[in-house]
Design a protein. Structure first.
Length: 396
């Protein structure tokens, strides 16, 4: 038996025998996900899975052991992902600490920053959120105005951020601030880390049309941020910000391109069969649309997997993250549109009798999907990036 085969056998036995069985079949269930942080309320079974994941290095498999990672190679990490998928288990830990700021600190952080933040991320002690967009600087992120005034060993931050995903549940924020207002747009921006318990920070949820409130407004009034929390160099935050956006877009693409998400396409077929009360969908046009979504999901899943394997091998995100972000989010919108077409009037329900619970959720899912092509950079912005960085087209 090879070392990799032995690792698979050991991992399979561990997941089957020691992970609470109540978590099986909930790999894509939002309620089963473990985000960590001081404000999270977890079930005993989730606590047990997180503890086991920390002990075995499963929360951040490929990160160095010195920072709480597993120190596993790309092939071992792929095996772990496959075994989690086989039992349809949620990851032992998820969140922006693992998918966004962690990889960014590994690339740009000081030794002190890595030692301070990375182990707390892998242990699920701290939950992170992102402070990028502003009311007048969304897709044109370089126009941000949230300011940081130099006060010797620290900055005083004033301004506002918006669309702060899960800001009300987070403990720390990675934040873009303007440290040189006289500089050109991309210059004079600095990337800093902020403890959200610092006096002067206010977080307010924003309610969406779907009825949920995952986004927030964030206000900073004379917030003190030590200069030791600057990532990379002062006024060089745009380089860090772009690298992190690559990780963010890959994260969004992975959500829509994972095998678990592809299973949702299979559920579209199940919904169609239930709606028509037959094992074979009678409408040939609808059958064609179902077949197309199944094929597109599978092709996308395999393409994203290739990039994930490359990332585990140490390659940094490239412009393909923009390609995936566009395709994945638009694919999800197509899926939601198809589900609404299948359900017909049932997809128009919001609450009350006469609608099945999954039909009511369908309404909310369709509304939520409208934001997919905005968050993480609009499709139009991504197309510009692809035109310039991938195709080499002139900017004018």
């Amino acid at each position: 038996m090879s070392d990799l085969e032995r690792f698979r056998a050991d991992t399979r036995a561990l997941l089957e025998n020691e992970v609470p069985k109540s978590l099986r079949g909930h790999g894509s269930d939002p309620e089963a996900q473990i985000w960590g942080g001081k404000k999270e309320r977890r079930s005993p079974d989730q606590d047990a899975w997180l503890k086991l994941g920390i002990e075995r290095g499963f929360t951040a498999p490929t990160w160095p052991k010195e920072y709480g990672g597993g120190g596993y190679g790309k092939e071992q990490a792929a095996v772990l992902a496959q075994e989690l998928k086989r039992l349809d288990l949620p990851a032992p830990l998820t969140g922006f600490g693992l998918s966004m700021i962690g990889p960014t600190l590994l690339q740009f952080g000081t030794d002190e920053q890595k030692r301070e933040h990375l182990p707390r991320i892998t242990r699920g002690e701290i939950r992170w959120c992102q402070g990028y967009s502003e009311p007048n600087a969304g897709s044109d992120l370089a126009s941000l105005q949230c300011s940081a005034a130099d006060r010797g060993d620290h900055y005083i931050v004033n301004g506002q951020k918006t669309w702060t995903s899960y800001g009300d549940k987070a403990d720390w924020m990675f934040l873009l601030v303007r440290t040189d207002p006289a500089a050109k747009k991309q210059q004079g921006i600095t990337f800093v880390l902020v403890d959200l318990d610092t006096p002067g920070v206010t977080i307010r949820p924003i309610r969406l049309i779907s009825g949920a409130s995952p986004f927030c407004e964030s206000f900073f009034e004379n917030v003190r941020v030590l200069k030791s929390n600057v990532v990379s160099e002062v006024n060089q935050g745009w380089t860090v910000a772009k690298a992190l956006l690559g990780h963010e877009r890959e994260m969004i693409a992975a959500v829509f391109g994972s095998g678990r998400n592809a299973a949702r396409a299979g559920s579209v077929v199940s919904v169609a069969k239930r709606q028509f009360g037959q094992d074979r969908v009678p409408d040939p046009v609808l059958r064609d649309r179902l077949a197309q979504i199944l094929m597109d999901e599978k092709c996308f899943e395999l393409t994203v997997q290739r990039t994930a394997d490359a990332a585990r091998a140490g390659r940094r995100p490239g412009p393909e993250s923009s390609l995936f972000k566009i395709y994945g989010t638009e694919l999800n919108q197509r899926r939601q549109e198809l589900l609404c077409s299948i359900r017909g009037p049932d997809s128009l329900g919001w609450e009350g009798e006469g609608f099945a619970p999954d039909a009511l959720q369908q309404t909310r899912d369709w509304l939520r999907s409208r934001g997919n092509t905005i968050e993480g950079g609009t499709s139009e912005i991504q197309l510009n990036i692809i035109a310039k960085r991938v195709l080499g087209l002139p900017g004018d």
